[in-house]
Design a protein around this ligand. Structure first.
Ligand code: ADP
Ligand code: MG
Length: 379
């Protein structure tokens, strides 16, 4: 009796947690880079869910600001640690969920480091992209008695509101986004490449990175001004029943979120800045609107939100990694990044925000206490 009820209660609790967690926000702080050691830091106390930022030019209580997220990774967090918290979300793709993970933050704050990794790639330094695919390969292998899976990837970038295929050599045409494709492909004309091993994945990613670089001879640091999106498509079939499922995961390395001073840039640079601004605010608006459960969600306001439409909201699970730099020079951007992230997180958690001090765990404890009483009463 009691144990069964408790188990059911736990199941219910987990389901609720699952729903509540539809949009998660993780914050990651980049360490100081070699040669930067003499720089002043804005970092105060950091724990599992909180981070305090110091403003050295202010005094009193204005000098510090605390932010709370689902998870905070300090400068010492390893790629492996960051991935292990993301793993359950990634695994749900094999159960037919749509997942969207994106990296937000100013240029140089570590977005590419989290998603792909540094230049010297090895098992220790692999970012979320590689680890996600590797994990999916391992899991499909474990499930092969009951399921067959096919995994394939697409890689596109959005630059100035144009979508380009990164896995198609020499093809520079603009791609259309469709959200009604019955195959679940939002960019049906982008090359879809089946992958079976991590070696194949590395090859594909290298091709994508090369193609990204080719287009940017005229512009410096093109990568910080375009959004790149790796999409993993999973098709599964249960061997006995023939039951088929489909899941999709977008892993997005967003353009740098820094505000560009409009008085200082002109022409091409200004246009880029406006496009980035527009798409990042469209993303924020979509998330806020989903969280408020609005009937109309403004997906169509940017190519980015159109691309991610099937993986934002509804049954989809979303994770935003916000990145900050520790230096005093970055203070302004750090605060605006964290405020943006806080807005996303606050709206999402709604009522849960009020009992920030682990209100959910308390709820569960209360329920368990109640059930214990009930079972004692009923004998
Ligand atoms: P972004 O993509 O946001 O512009 P990068 O990922 O390119 O930033 O990071 C900028 C620099 O900082 C790179 O040299 C990168 O290797 C380094 N870096 C970023 N995050 C970390 C980290 N967590 N640990 C060590 N080095 C990092
Ligand atoms: Mg980058």
């Amino acid at each position: 009796g009691y144990h069964k009820v408790l188990a059911e209660n736990r199941k219910l609790y987990n389901q609720i947690q699952d729903l509540k967690g539809n949009i998660r926000v993780y914050c990651r702080v980049r360490p100081f880079l070699p040669g930067q050691m003499s720089n002043m830091s804005t970092l105060g106390r950091i724990d599992d869910q909180n981070i305090t930022i110091f403003s050295p030019l202010k005094t009193g209580k204005d000098a510090r600001r605390n932010f709370t997220f689902n998870k905070v990774f300090g400068p010492l967090a390893t790629q492996e640690e960051v991935f292990s918290d993301t793993q359950p979300l990634i695994r749900s793709v094999l159960d037919g969920y749509n997942v969207c993970i994106f990296a937000y933050g100013q240029t140089g704050s570590g977005k590419t480091h989290t998603m792909s990794g540094p230049k010297e790639l090895n098992e220790k330094t692999f970012g979320v992209n590689y680890r996600a695919l590797n994990d999916l390969f391992c899991l499909t292998e474990q499930r092969k008695e009951t399921f067959t899976y096919e995994i394939s990837v697409q890689m596109v970038e959005i630059y100035n509101e144009q979508v380009r295929d990164l896995l198609n050599d020499g093809l520079n045409k603009r791609l259309e986004i469709r959200n009604c494709s019955n195959k679940g492909l939002s960019v049906p004309d982008a090359n879809l490449v089946p992958v079976r091993s991590i070696e194949e994945v590395i090859e594909i990613m290298n091709l994508g990175q090369r193609n990204r670089a080719v287009s940017c001879t005229a512009m410096n640091d093109h990568s910080s001004r375009s959004h790149s999106c790796l999409t993993i498509h999973v098709q599964g079939k249960e061997l006995t029943s023939g039951y088929a499922l489909r899941g999709c995961m977008h892993l997005v390395d967003l353009a740098g979120s820094e505000r560009v001073d409009k008085s200082e840039v002109k022409g091409e640079r200004l246009k880029e800045a406006q496009y980035i601004n527009k798409s990042l605010s469209a993303l924020g608006d979509v998330i806020a609107s989903l969280a408020r459960k609005n009937a109309h969600v403004p997906y169509r306001n940017s190519k980015l939100t159109q691309l991610l439409q099937d993986s934002l909201g509804g049954q989809a699970k979303t994770l935003m990694f916000v990145h900050i730099s520790p230096e005093v020079d970055a203070l302004g951007e750090t605060l605006s990044t964290l405020k943006f992230a806080e807005r996303v997180a606050t709206v999402e958690l709604g009522a849960a925000k009020i009992n920030k001090d682990n209100g959910e765990a308390k709820d569960l404890k209360e329920q368990v206490a109640f059930l214990k009483m009930e079972s004692v009463r009923k004998g």
